[in-house]
Design a protein around this ligand. Sequence first.
Ligand code: SF4
Ligand code: SF4
Length: 75
Amino acid sequence: MPYKIVPLYSKCIGCGDCVTACPINAIGKRTARADMVTLRVRNGKVEVVNEELCDGCGVCIEACPTKAIKIEFVQ
Ligand code: SF4
Ligand code: SF4
């Protein structure tokens, strides 16, 4: 994968907007498998659950009010 999603935990306020916005996560909500989501919020902080599902669309980055998510491009 040429990119990875990186939460900046110190900036996250746990609002869940990124989770709601992520189109892959929306698919995950219709499944019984907890690992079929890219993001979730636990203990008030966002975390990456299944990085492989992320397609790098950037919707979560736009949704985050505190700029707590970024995408790192990797070689
Ligand atoms: S970049 Fe897109 S697919 Fe990846 S976690 Fe964010 S919203 Fe979901
Ligand atoms: S939208 Fe931003 S602040 Fe809200 S849970 Fe996601 S990463 Fe944290």
